[in-house]
Design a binder for this molecule. Structure first.
Ligand SMILES: Cc1ncc(COP(=O)(O)O)c(C=O)c1O
Length: 389
């Protein structure tokens, strides 16, 4: 028996994953729908996080707070221990989330009308945030090779040559779960340097490594080009704390840090929630065993889902190297996405993400979140099979 075997009922908790499906999927009643879409796990965070938060709440000291040096040191230690990456305390800037961090980088370092490059299929806010800030989004799609998506560096260079100001990298990749290797990362850095492009590296999934995969922070391998990189990380995806809203940027270039801090001041965004550093510290200092057990559990869920679903003719799934997301390829079945989504909801009573949410390049794919109890996984597999039979 694993702690992750417990099936927690998260309905009626204002959970986006469970309680917002009517709006998201345009349906009347989602009470019987099994939710496996947004990247939010159905597990309770490590007990140490709950204990620390309860302790803080019991104290009822809820006035203005600041993030102290110890919290920064905890981040430094986490990077060192988990990713063998040595960073300076001064380079850490806290914020309310990786999406706010992306938005801040875009507004601090580009102007309206500037071009921002992304590599779809990719996490939807990479296109939405620049667009909502009146930037032009240039798309250089990943290309398929041996069943997975990779960079086409010829096309990437051509795209960069179009006066791109900023590139948003997803490392590891959402939705594909690809953990980019050193050669790929070095080529990204080399080409961005050649065209003097700033890189925002979203590494929120960095801690979710499966099997013997190793996450390589882009800035760690960037050598002399380290100052053109802003790394965004968080404990929220790793420990299921998204509602706590904490993330951090690692910014080695002092000038860029000053600019980001000035932007925060201008927008009145100086501080983070009093519970956020408490949760981060508890997770990073006492959550390692929980995390290692989680990763083994997720890997097992994946193996089961892949074995069961790929037995259906026309379904292909490559096991990801990281994340808890499966990118399910049904292109061989030539099914219309809208029709399939309708059948998934009506026949399967199952909410997955349609591939085109990640860009047109995702057509013919579904994204399934397998971070839930094994009982739920078995239920999901039965529901999925009902749709395809
Ligand atoms: C690649 C990526 N970046 C950022 C986020 C969200 O970050 P935050 O909740 O810290 O804003 C997600 C959530 O799924 C994600 O997959």
């Amino acid at each position: 028996m694993s702690i992750f075997d417990e099936t927690i009922n998260r309905r009626c908790t204002n959970s986006v994953k469970w309680d917002a499906m009517e709006g998201i999927y345009g349906i009347q009643d989602a009470s019987t729908i099994l939710s496996m879409w947004i990247a939010d796990m159905d597990f309770a965070p490590p007990m140490a996080v709950s204990t620390a938060l309860q302790h803080h709440a019991a104290n009822m000291v809820l006035g203005y707070n600041f993030v102290n040096a110890q919290t920064k040191q905890t981040v430094v230690d986490w990077q060192k221990n988990r990713h063998q990456w040595t960073i300076e305390k001064e380079s850490v800037l806290f914020c309310n989330g990786v999406i706010p961090a992306l938005a801040n980088c875009i507004t601090a370092f580009t102007n309206p009308g500037d071009k921002i490059l992304i590599s779809p299929p990719v996490y939807p806010p990479f296109a939405m945030i620049p667009k909502n800030n009146q930037r032009e989004v240039v798309r250089c799609p990943l290309v398929e090779k041996d069943g997975t998506f990779v960079y086409d560096f010829e096309a990437f260079e051509q795209a960069l040559a179009q006066d791109i100001k900023l590139y948003i990298l997803c490392n590891p990749h959402n939705p594909g779960g690809y953990v980019w290797d050193e050669a790929t990362l070095k080529e990204i850095v080399r080409l961005c340097a050649k065209y003097d492009v700033l890189i925002v590296s979203d590494e929120i999934h960095a801690d979710l490594m499966l099997g013997d995969s190793t996450h390589l922070p882009l800035a760690k391998i960037a050598g002399d080009e380290i100052n053109r990189i802003i790394t965004c990380m968080a404990p929220t995806k790793t420990f299921n704390l998204a509602g706590i809203h904490i993330a951090y940027m690692i910014v080695t270039d002092k000038q860029k840090r000053t600019k980001l801090e000035a932007l925060n001041m201008a927008n009145g965004q100086g501080s983070i929630n009093t519970f956020a550093p408490i949760a981060l510290e508890a997770a990073y200092t006492e959550g390692v065993t929980w995390l290692d057990e989680l990763l083994a559990y997720i890997s097992n869920n994946m193996d089961y889902v892949i074995a069961e679903l790929t037995a259906i003719e026309g379904i292909h799934i490559v096991k990801p190297q990281g994340t808890y997301l499966l990118w399910i390829d049904y292109r061989a079945l030539n099914l219309d996405e809208k029709e399939l989504m309708k059948r998934l909801l009506e026949v399967g009573q199952l909410a997955l993400d349609p591939g085109t949410k990640y860009g047109e390049e995702g057509r013919g794919f579904l994204r399934m979140n397998v971070a839930c109890s094994f009982d739920t996984i078995k239920d999901a597999v039965q529901r999925f099979k009902r749709v395809f039979q």
